[in-house]
Structures are given as structure tokens and as C-alpha cells.
Write a protein that binds this ligand. Sequence first.
Ligand code: PGA
Length: 304
Amino acid sequence: MPKLKPTLRQLRVFESVADELSFTRASEKLHLSQPAVSIQVKQLEEGVGLPLFEHAGKKISLTEAGWILYRCSQTIRNVLEGAGEQIDELQGLQRGKLDITVATTASYFASRILAGFASRFPQIAISLDVTNREGLLQQLELNQCDLVIMGEPPKGKRLTSVPIMENPLVIIASTDHPLAGRRKIPVKELGKQGFVFREAGSGTRAAILRFLEEKGVSIQINMEMTSNEAIKQTVQAGMGLGIVSRHTVELELETGSLVELDVAHFPLKRFWYLVRRSDKQLSPVAQRFASFVLDSENYRSTND
Ligand code: PGA
């Protein structure tokens, strides 16, 4: 039994001959020589195992097999054109999906960025996952997301990262805390205080502990919690001091429900990074999101 395995080129030539009912006109239309057109049709006929054209003098017409292949060829062309249009739409960002994961602490500003992106590209489905630094690194390792927003990623993990924004860490206290309102508090004084801290796996926690270790200060952790909101409530209730990103307490500092302590070396200077796997082929949507985030800033990219 003959094997029908036409190439797209053969089908294009065949369709053209069938449309023109002339090898000469088809070859002119396709800018090919007439023998080249004849060879393509002959190869196709060999594959079909039947003639595709009937010759009556100089006139040609489609055989029954020719009609079957002609209709089939049109369907294939329509399907491919449809796929091309969809891909164009995708590149024009008319549709698509964006999978973003952000650090728990980054969710405070990331949702604003996503809202801006969503209003500009309303057809794009956005999925936002929020987890701590450890969870983010695991997602990157397993290639489960397009891009993440997190604190500085560790070296040697084959990640590409771009700093996008400052992330100042501040010490917060209830308004009636004895240290509230004091100026230039030495960092050593923190050793006498109880703290409400983020959970193990949090990037904020790791950065603070690194800093305190460098300064030789050991603190007392009264409570641990996975949510910045819970930390704020607990600090407000007078259960200890908190160290959080200033992004998470803007409103409370403005309304005066919490105070920022004036401690030496604080705010600790950190940065938020836009991070992806170095080997990740970003979709057009993810690429557009990355430039949307970076648009306003001219930051340097770091690869490892
Ligand atoms: P986290 O995030 O403390 O919410 O884990 C910050 C970071 O990645 O540094």
C-alpha cells in the first residue's frame, strides 16, 4: 500500500496546479520552473498511488483522488493559518498565561505591579503564588514558574537575577514600647529585647540573623510566624519587637498604629530581585512582564 506522506511544499504546488488547472500558470505563480512543478506533483502521485490529474489534450482536471487530496490540502492550510494567527496573537500578547511566584514579603508591592500589567494586557491569565524564600528556591529548582520576585538569590544555582527595587528592613514596635521615640539606639540594645520573628525558610529572617551574628548580638525570639500581617498584629499587641520590610508596614507607620525604631545600622539595606532559571525559555508573555517590571528602572542583570 502506498504511503501518503506529502510535504507542505508538495501540497502548495499541487493546490496551485489544481487552482489554475495548468502546470504552466502554476509554475509562473510560484516562481518555479515547469519541470520543478511537474516533479512535485509526480512525487505526490507516487505517494497517493493514483493520478491526481486527468489529461485531455492540453486541458487538465482533477481526478477523484485529486479532489480528495485538494480538499484535504485546503483543510491543512486553514488549520496552519489558524495556528499562525493564534501564535501571532500570543506574540502580540492578546492571550497567554503568566505564572509568577513572589516572596511572602514581596506580595505587598507585587500585587500592585500585577494590577498594572493586568490592566494593560487584560486577556492574559495571571497566576500568583506567594511563598517564602525556601519555597521560591524550590519552585525555581523544579521549573514550576516563569519568574519570581525575591531577595538576592544564592550563587551557583544557575539563576538570572535583576535587582528591581530596594527592600529596607525596619524594626517596628508598639507605640507605648519603652524604646519608641528614643534616638540612635545602639544595636547591642536589641540583645535585651524579645522579638516576633518570621519562620525558618524566610529570607527576611535569614538576613536579620546574618546581620545580628555579624554584630555579635543574640536576641530572644518570643514567637515565630509565617505571616507579616500576624507579626504586625502581635507587635501592636505589645508582644515584642518585629523586623520587617518597610513595604509591609507603610500604612501602619503612616497612621501611627506602629512605630519604626531608630536603631544604628537600620534600616538594613536589601534588594528585591526579578529571578528566573538561566536555562528557562521565557514565553512572550513572561518576557513582556519582565520588561514591564524593569521598564522604569535601569538595573544591571547578573547571571551565574
Ligand atoms: P520572605 O522573603 O522573608 O518573605 O521569605 C524575602 C526574601 O526572599 O528575602
